[in-house]
Write a protein that binds this ligand. Structure first.
Ligand code: GLN
Length: 249
């Protein structure tokens, strides 16, 4: 399954965060440690979203190349600094297309979103939920994948002003009601707060003075990382990390 990372804290370069550390997201592209029956490598493209000081909307770079072969990104990553980043490397679920628009993070206004996992029974299992999307939602679907539909549903709630943690929790419940064996590790940010779930995939959090990192796998050494148990909702900013248990599906 895909791997994702969210970071909030003092500005760092994208290279310092994603490429240079021991077992970085870059290394997790070809040598992830904990894929849990979801593929072996994450080479079906990648994406990075980052925020700039004083601007609520993030920038985004997505590529269909495996992260390690994208030399344009590598040269840019050393020069781009940000205090809020969400990045993901993709391993396409069987039956879903390998297209750049299927690579997280998905984006809308100030939001960035990633899904690590799969919706079992796709696409039928999402038909009931998707029937509530309107024409504009469907026309602006990023890609014909489970994750893109999940994003369209979440984006709809966020546009209505729903609290992000509540919107994520509702989405999880809605999907599990139709497809209880789904794997649903979500990661959402607006550059101020990170909201994440664990539902059948790994997640780790490292809170340090003034920064917080949420990642599918620990990187940059094992010190300071806390493993999040399965079936949890994580809400984190640079001063607090709250972990709550999610109800059974
Ligand atoms: N199902 C999603 C996709 O195909 C996510 C894949 C994953 O987590 N490996 O894009």
């Amino acid at each position: 399954m895909c791997r994702h990372v969210g970071y909030l804290g003092p500005p760092v370069s994208l290279a310092e965060l994603l490429l240079e550390p021991e077992h970085s997201l870059l290394e997790q592209t070809w040598a992830p440690d904990d894929m849990r029956q979801g593929g072996t490598v994450n080479v079906d493209g990648f994406g990075v979203g980052w925020y700039r000081e004083g601007r609520p909307e993030p920038h985004r770079y997505r590529s269909l190349l495996p992260m390690w072969t994208d030399t344009s990104f590598a040269s840019m990553a050393a020069d781009v600094r940000s205090g809020a980043v969400l990045a993901a490397v993709r391993s396409a679920t069987v039956g879903m297309p390998v297209v750049v628009t299927a690579c997280a993070p998905f984006s809308d206004d100030q939001w960035l979103f990633s899904h690590n996992g799969r919706v079992d029974g796709w696409p039928d299992s999402l038909a009931a939920a998707a029937s509530r999307l309107d024409v504009v939602d469907l026309m602006t679907l990023d890609a014909p994948t489970d994750s893109a539909v999940l994003w369209a549903l979440l984006r709809r709630s966020l546009r209505k002003g729903r609290d992000p943690a509540e919107a994520v929790r509702e989405l999880l419940g809605e999907v599990l009601a139709e497809s209880p064996t789904s794997r649903l590790n979500f990661l959402l940010t607006d550059g101020e707060v990170l909201v994440a779930t664990t539902w059948w995939h790994s997640l780790w959090v490292r809170g340090e003075a003034g920064s917080v990192t949420v990642s599918s796998e620990p990187f940059g050494g094992t010190g300071g990382w806390e493993q999040i148990p399965d079936r949890r909702l994580v809400v984190a900013d640079t001063s607090n990390v709250t972990v709550t248990t999610l109800p059974d599906a």
